[in-house]
Design a protein around this ligand. Structure first.
Ligand SMILES: Cc1ncc(COP(=O)(O)O)c(C=O)c1O
Length: 411
């Protein structure tokens, strides 16, 4: 793609103005918002206010005065329209890992005789670990994890399966499942479905209610830009809320926490999925970051995401010098999430050379190079420039330099 064409695309981009709402380092092309979103200006201001004014001056009165106590529900209700959910079905709390544990136990509990959790072999590890942890706690007679290859998911949906646990967009290759279709096929066999939306919430329009999804979890720190370790969210369809039980009972999920009763009585509705005290500073940052979406049309966002990644994919595929990079994401942008993944034996060194040249991407073991295309702040000229830098790193074999080989704790 020529730089001129990229500039033309930027000129007609309806989302172009959103970039000014983020604090981004100068001269850096950030293609890693699928791992950690950048800092929205409103989030910075809010954290300063929460720390300086609310915590610093209002102190404990803030639980009422500054509505800290209702923050999990407030943030949940802000996330709901972004995932196609009616109010009262989403709450913000804990991490995806913890929320998956709660949901797996809750879903299994609804299935009186079935005990098998079906998932995909290459699902994100924490999803599998949550099921393995529950299985080792309850024993295999109560919870048994069955893993199948992505191609065998549909044929494995039978009456022995209690719960189907899938990630909507695969973290490595970005392959996207047809959420509505798989949920429907699972329901036809009496299976409850949990979707992990870590790589889809905030990246594309989602229709959880319309697809009759049972349960879902999602992330605050990726496409929602809530900051490192931002709390996650949990979705429980209204039709399940009165019957469902979750195992991590805690006072914030009790119906009257400030009565300090000895006997737990689950709160009605989605609040029963809360356990302990919310992380107010982190949750407030996420709450503010979500306001960036208030004038964003998610369909428009998704169209730009596809256009950005397509331009990158085409540029890379047209350059002979980049033949050794093997695209593992689907060619069709409708079939993938907001990312492109390439395999290469030196993927790690290439990622380090790119980062050194101020193109921030990430590496996933053993040999995957990931590029995230987040439309709120990524310009077409960024994509054009990133492809150009990648070509240079390849043609001049820059990535083979010794300094790009050393791995740190986080890769
Ligand atoms: C698909 C998926 N699920 C879960 C997680 C991790 O969730 P958490 O750290 O909130 O437990 C990630 C992290 O990247 C992920 O990609």
């Amino acid at each position: 793609m020529t730089l001129q064409l990229a500039q033309e695309f930027d000129l007609i981009d309806p989302l172009a103005k959103k970039r000014a709402e983020f604090l981004l380092p100068r001269d850096t092309i950030y293609l890693d918002g699928n791992s950690l979103g950048p800092l929205p200006k409103v989030a910075k201001t809010r954290v300063e206010e929460v720390v300086g004014k609310q915590w610093g001056e209002d102190l404990i009165a803030s639980w009422n005065k500054n509505n800290w106590i209702s923050l999990p529900a407030t943030v949940g209700d802000k996330i709901a329209p972004l995932i196609g959910a009616a109010q009262g079905q989403v709450v913000c709390c804990d991490s995806i890992s913890i929320n998956l544990f709660k949901l797996l136990a809750a879903a299994l509990n609804l299935q009186s005789t079935r005990k098998i959790v079906l998932s995909q072999t290459d699902n994100f590890p924490t999803d599998l670990y949550a099921a393995q942890g529950l299985s080792s706690l309850l024993g295999e007679t109560q919870c048994q994890l069955k893993l199948v290859d992505v191609k065998s998911i549909v044929e494995s949906l039978d009456e022995s399966i209690a719960v189907l646990l899938l990630t909507h967009v695969n973290f490595r290759g970005g392959e996207k499942h047809d959420m509505a279709l798989i949920t429907k096929l699972a329901h036809a066999k009496g299976i409850l479905v949990i979707w992990d939306l870590a790589h889809s919430a905030g990246a594309m329009p989602l229709q959880l209610d319309a697809a009759k999804v049972d349960f879902a979890v999602g992330c605050g720190y990726k496409y929602f830009n809530g900051g490192p370790g931002a709390p996650a969210f949990i979705y429980v369809a209204a039709r399940h809320q009165s019957k469902v039980k979750q195992p991590l009972a805690g006072w914030m999920g009790d119906q009257s926490p400030f009565d300090f009763n000895s006997q737990y009585k689950a709160a009605p509705g989605i609040n029963k999925f809360l356990s302990g005290t919310p992380n107010i500073i982190s949750m407030a940052a996420l709450d503010a970051a979500l306001d960036v979406f208030c004038d964003v049309d998610l369909e428009q966002l998704w169209q730009k995401s596809m256009k950005l990644s397509e331009l990158f994919r085409q540029t890379v595929s047209q350059h002979n010098g980049l033949d050794a990079l093997l695209l593992i994401s689907p060619n069709d942008p409708e079939q993938r999430g907001s990312q492109l993944a390439y395999s290469h034996p030196d993927a790690f060194a290439i990622s380090q050379a790119l980062i050194d040249h101020k193109v921030i991407v990430d590496f996933r073991a053993p040999n995957i190079l990931r590029f995230g295309f987040t439309p709120l702040y990524t310009r077409f000229i960024d994509v054009s420039r990133a492809a150009q830098i990648l070509e240079e790193i390849f043609t001049k074999k820059i990535y083979q330099h010794k300094q790009y080989q050393a791995k740190q704790q986080v890769t």
